[in-house]
Design a protein around this ligand. Structure first.
Ligand SMILES: Cc1ncc(COP(=O)(O)O)c(C=O)c1O
Length: 397
């Protein structure tokens, strides 16, 4: 696509997301899709939301619900989040929290706040495609977080720019499903100290653990070292998308107050505030049923993960390997060397109507051609068994 010469240089770095383009094709009948990492709509607490929106539009609160509001976010929702963060090991107060329009917006703002052109962002190899897209607009270079480099090597590779942050999902990452163990989290904190850089901890899937013991968030481990969130370099991004509803676009950032103040300025310039009525409804629903709803969501996804793992065991030919995630929505499959995920997708769509995401898109350098991401969250048991059976058939062929 030729770009308008009037566009800024950063526009040339922006590419259409392979996932979004693909999702457009998936409306065809008969497709079994393991592509989008999206929640099952049957699990949305729709009745609770219906009541919450009606209540917000009632005579007492309609003026507030439909009015402009403060950029930091709806106070009762931020108060609920203070409590929620405490439950996962993070002590903070309401002034450490900014409500964002999805955690995706938080990633964009953090890219804008930290990255000058040429600065380095350390990311997983592979990592969440949406984070790469958000950061990429600010013209950084990416370096590999899960390589074996130490601080000196990272600094040397950064050249004239600085290493500004390390970005990761410590729990059930998108796309690999993998979790960073406690030792790895502590080591990352040590590395960030040496590099004097921030850590952006993406907790999008944090609540979706199916087995194994919870590991404290990186921010919680840093708090144990430093006593107060004001001394921490870790910035935590949370989301209601995977637990309650992605359509309402509700996320949050937890950070030291000076960082929140800067983010508030960015939010004022970008969209003033997140939708008032959505914040009120999410608060209402979170307060009424978050704790009872999450176990139901976990039970459904846990079963789907187990079914997919079982089907992979049964149908994948020799030489194919995959992760065994303790939570989240994804299984990451490594095909034998030389087998291309993109070609497999083209063939699978064409011959057996199965969709997934080729892994290459998740690597900043376009490597990983022989990987694919499978999502188990939005297919029922029968579809998972049948889809993986068909995929095994195509791979054998
Ligand atoms: C790791 C990760 N972070 C952030 C997001 C963005 O989520 P949202 O903007 O809906 O909160 C996603 C969405 O898929 C994700 O997988």
């Amino acid at each position: 696509m030729s770009k308008n010469p009037l566009f800024a240089t950063r526009a040339s770095r922006m590419k259409a997301s392979e996932i979004r383009e693909l999702l457009k094709l998936l409306d065809q009948p008969g497709i079994i899709s393991f592509a989008g990492g999206i929640p099952d709509p049957a699990l949305f607490p729709a009745d609770a939301f219906s009541q919450a929106f009606q209540a917000a539009l009632g005579p007492q609160t309609q003026a507030q619900a439909l009015q402009y509001s403060v950029s930091e976010g709806y106070v009762p929702l931020r108060e609920w989040l203070v409590q929620h963060m405490r439950e996962i090991g993070v002590t903070c107060d309401i002034d450490n929290i900014l409500i964002t329009s999805g955690s995706q917006q938080a990633l964009d703002y953090l890219g804008k706040l930290f990255l000058s052109p040429g600065d380095t962002a350390l990311v997983g190899w592979p990592t969440y495609l949406g984070a790469l897209a958000a950061f990429n607009a600010y013209e950084p270079q990416f370096d590999r977080l899960n390589g074996n480099s130490g601080a000196a090597e990272y600094k040397a590779a950064a050249g004239d720019g600085a290493v500004k942050f390390a970005y990761l999902s410590a729990d059930f990452a998108n796309p690999t499903g993998e979790t960073l163990d406690r030792q790895g989290r502590e080591a990352l904190l040590d590395l960030a100290e040496e590099l004097d850089c921030a850590i952006i901890e993406d907790g999008a899937y944090q609540a979706l653990r199916y087995d194994g013991d919870p590991i404290p968030p990186i921010l919680s481990l840093e708090l144990a070292r430093k006593g107060s969130i004001e001394n921490c370099r870790t910035i935590y991004c949370g989301s209601f998308s995977k637990t309650l509803s992605p359509g309402l676009r509700m996320g949050w950032v937890v950070a030291p107050k000076p960082t929140i103040s800067q983010l508030v300025l960015l939010k004022q310039a970008a969209d003033l505030h997140s939708a008032t009525i959505n914040q009120m409804a999410v608060h209402d629903v979170a307060q009424a049923c978050f704790d009872s709803h999450i176990p139901q969501v976990r039970a459904v996804y846990q079963n789907r993960r187990d079914v997919m793992l079982d089907a992979l065991e049964q149908h994948m030919p020799d030489g194919v390997e995959w992760t065994r995630p303790e939570g989240g929505m994804f299984i990451w499959v490594t095909l034998p060397a030389g087998v291309s995920g993109s070609e497999l997708l083209a063939r699978a769509l064409d011959t057996v109507k199965v969709a997934f995401v080729p892994g290459q898109a998740f690597f900043p350098d376009g490597s990983g051609a022989n990987t694919i991401r499978l999502s188990f969250s939005n297919s029922d048991e029968a579809a998972i068994r049948e889809g993986i059976r068909r995929l095994g058939e195509v791979l054998r062929a």
